[in-house]
Design a protein. Structure first.
Length: 247
């Protein structure tokens, strides 16, 4: 696949970990974090950075969050909304690459299996919305989901994932994910969609921290700068298997 033209993206994707409450879902609040590495890191350090935002030798910034065991064998993904102005060819291309991303995640052989469906209420909901490239900050509007409307995108941001979870407790220190939303915008270029689809689906599993640094830029799906990686290899596979160990 030809590499896309590199453009400066101060926030190409955004991840949010949001707490679910009994009366419904809270409005998303940004909890994006980036951990910078100067070079390759040990597996444990890399995993903790991705899963809880911990810097090398530091404490977790966010709680660990996973999908409940009863859902992991059949975690569903569907495009639930496409704005009428969204390019039909891009819609088709994104759907194709979401399928590719589900297969790639399933090949990692972690204790989680994704499946693309035609459903209005999947576990992971995908929204395709128009956003002008020139807009400095713009909020999503026009979807049938009021909790999605109002989520903001910065000038160079092309996608975001929001994960909702139940609060960890003394008896259950890991939060339980109840829903994940992915918003793709018309700012994406065709050459970026395979990498972005894989990144967003992987982050929707509760792996929400990006990493920055030259070593990981061409090696990890979690790299903040560049949309080059289209396969899960090496430490990315390790992260998935550690977060969802085989039962």
């Amino acid at each position: 696949m030809a590499l896309p033209v590199l453009r400066t993206r101060l926030a190409r994707v955004t991840a949010c970990l949001c707490m679910a409450i009994l009366t419904g879902l809270t409005q998303p609040v940004h909890a994006e974090s980036i951990v910078t590495f100067e070079d390759a890191q040990p597996d444990k350090t890399f995993y903790r950075a991705i899963a809880c935002g911990a810097r090398p030798g530091g404490k977790c910034k966010n709680a660990f969050a996973t999908w409940p065991e009863e859902k992991r064998d059949n975690l569903t993904v569907a495009i639930v909304f496409t704005d009428p102005s969204f390019d039909p060819k891009m819609h088709k291309h994104i759907k194709k690459n979401l399928r590719s991303a589900t297969r790639e995640i399933n090949r990692a052989k972690a204790d989680v299996k994704l499946r693309m469906v035609n459903d209005s209420d999947p576990d992971i909901r995908v929204y395709l919305v128009p956003l002008a490239e020139s807009a400095k900050t713009k909020a999503v509007q026009g979807t049938p989901d009021k909790s999605v409307n109002g989520r903001t995108f910065g000038q160079h941001q092309i996608a975001r994932v929001d994960v909702f979870w139940s609060s960890p407790s003394r008896n259950s220190p890991t939060g339980e994910i109840t829903r994940a939303d992915i918003v793709f915008t018309s700012r994406m270029e065709r050459g970026e969609t395979k990498s972005v689809a894989l990144e967003e689906l992987t982050q929707a599993l509760g792996l929400l921290t990006d990493v920055d640094g030259p070593y990981y830029q061409m090696r990890s799906i979690f790299a903040e700068n560049g949309n080059y990686v289209t396969k899960l290899t090496g430490q990315d596979v390790m992260v998935l298997r550690t977060h969802y160990p085989a039962r």
